[in-house]
Design a protein around this ligand. Structure first.
Ligand code: ZN
Length: 257
């Protein structure tokens, strides 16, 4: 798979003949513009594809040989829906990973303690989850992510090692920040698109039917539909004789520093 440095080398090598040819043709600037357009499109598509491994390594699936999957929840904790999620997970004895937003942890510290006490893994999903997070400088990103780890440490005495990029977007600044913080980035192989449910749970479950061993599944524990989706999804996975395991076991990594 091509990565950012190799991509730059490739375009640099292609640019040399293009510049030479441009001396001999009319409308040469059209080709130059097209060249930069294609270069930018490649960078953008790689940035929004969490599985590209273009700017940084993001683990998006687990071991297929283990007949199991891992479920993950982003954007919480939510004092309304996270307790319902915890109840369902407890009932079915399922261990999950919660990628928490720092400002939500700050507002729900007792809930974070409960998630941890129930045996789930806590991951970092930035402090602000800002819409413009990907435009932050590397230093600002690092401070934002570190702020969440600090709050989580104050609450459960653990420094999370797992990080999930907001919106699954990666770029060189994030790569630099994650490297400095020595975190492990985790994406997903099956996206539930639960944020688009808008009351239609069956639409989401239809998509989740393709679940297979090794999948890391993305949900959001802040949604009103999530308890119903989760309950039905667990039944679906059980009917396929697939087990649930935590990300620590699935990826064979330490989840706290
Ligand atoms: Zn998110």
């Amino acid at each position: 798979m091509i990565n950012f440095p190799k991509y730059n080398i490739l375009f640099f090598v292609l640019a040399i003949p293009l510049i030479i040819i441009s001396f001999f043709i009319a409308y040469w600037w059209i080709f130059i513009l097209l060249f930069f357009f294609l270069y930018t499109v490649g960078l953008t598509l790689s940035s929004i594809n969490v599985r590209s491994n273009f700017y940084m390594k993001v683990i998006c699936e687990g071991n297929h040989e283990k007949n199991s999957i891992s479920i993950t929840f982003d954007d919480g904790p939510s004092n309304i829906n996270t307790p319902k999620v915890l109840e369902i997970l407890k009932k079915h004895n399922v261990k999950a990973c919660f990628f928490c937003i720092g400002k939500n942890v700050e507002a729900n510290k007792e809930l974070l303690k409960q998630i941890y006490k129930d045996g789930h893994i806590i991951g970092n999903h930035t402090y602000s989850h800002s819409y413009v997070f990907d435009l932050f400088s590397s230093t600002k990103m690092k401070a934002d992510i570190q702020a969440t780890n600090n709050i989580i440490f104050e609450t459960i005495n653990k420094h999370p090692k797992l990080f999930r990029p907001p919106y699954g977007v990666t770029n060189p600044n994030l790569a630099k920040a994650i490297k400095k913080l020595n975190l492990i980035s985790v994406g997903w192989s099956l996206r539930s698109f639960d944020t688009t449910a808008k009351g239609d749970v069956n639409k989401i479950l239809k998509r989740l039917h393709k679940v297979k061993a090794g999948d890391i599944v993305l949900f959001h524990d802040i949604l009103d539909e999530i308890p119903e989706i989760l309950e039905k999804f667990i039944e679906l996975v059980k009917s396929k004789n697939i087990e649930f395991i935590g990300l620590d076991e699935m990826l064979n990594v330490e989840v706290y520093n």
